[in-house]
Ligand binder design. Structure first.
Ligand code: SAM
Length: 224
């Protein structure tokens, strides 16, 4: 697997977010929210990906790595799957899942989404439940595009700020958490995909339960 280094900056919001998720890491997989909502939407995203053997896939903001592992299983040990997360403790939890894992096509790395160094390497970059924590979204979208092969696909799911309950959630985050960055409206996500050079851009909006509304955005890298 190609070796890369990612820097976890020790100041600013990235640092605060990393420490927040460090605190959550040990009990993360047992949380009711994660089990009942996040895993469900993660599966919706993965089911929309056309995974073929030999593909290289990046999971951005992978947390404890469940989505990364699911992709590795679909690849049946072929290709390379990389999970990146700011929080070293989340990465520690993810690595525990590799202890008895039957394939060696997975790598977990602590690092920021803003320091992706790959070029023309991934068939898919995906991200679930994470982008509202990402600062400098535009520059991260550009890096993601750079990291994709020609015809590679970026697929991103997050809460959708078009809906009042999600706006309330965002507001609560702004008031209550110093590390809060913010969620996007579907139009913002679509514009971001288009302005950072993706083609075949689509944004789908989904109702998950009585409260959660999410969106799944997709764009392809195609250089003429
Ligand atoms: C709510 S968790 C979601 C984890 C996983 N994707 C899932 O669906 O269960 C968000 C994750 O994004 C990570 N994160 C936040 N900002 C990040 C950044 N700039 N680069 C990489 N990871 C980041 C956090 O550390 C956290 O583990």
């Amino acid at each position: 697997m190609k070796k890369v280094t990612y820097n976890v900056s020790d100041t600013g919001k990235d640092h605060q977010i990393a420490r927040k998720f460090d605190r959550d890491a040990e009990s993360y997989d047992d949380s009711r929210l994660v089990k009942s909502y996040q895993r469900r939407v993660q599966k919706l995203v993965i089911n929309r990906m056309k995974i073929e053997k030999g593909m290289n896939v990046l999971d951005l903001g992978c947390g404890t790595g469940q989505g990364t592992i699911d992709i590795a299983l679909r690849l049946e040990g072929t290709g390379n799957v990389i999970g990146i997360d700011l929080s070293e403790k989340m990465i520690e939890q993810a690595k525990k899942k590799l202890t008895d894992f039957k394939y060696d096509n997975v790598k977990f790395t602590a690092g920021s989404a803003g320091s992706i160094e790959h070029q023309d390497y991934f068939d898919y970059v995906f991200s679930t439940n994470a982008f509202h924590h990402f600062e400098n979204k535009e520059s991260i979208f550009k890096k993601i595009r750079q990291s994709l092969k020609q015809n590679g696909v970026f697929i991103v799911q997050d809460i959708c700020d078009d809906y009042f309950p999600m706006q309330l959630l965002d507001l609560a985050g702004k008031i209550g958490q110093k590390e809060h960055i913010g969620s996007m409206k579907s139009k913002e996500l679509k514009n971001l995909l288009l302005t950072t050079g993706f083609t075949d851009v689509e944004v789908e909006k989904l109702k998950i339960n009585w409260f959660f509304r999410v969106m799944i955005g997709k764009g392809t890298k195609w250089d003429d």
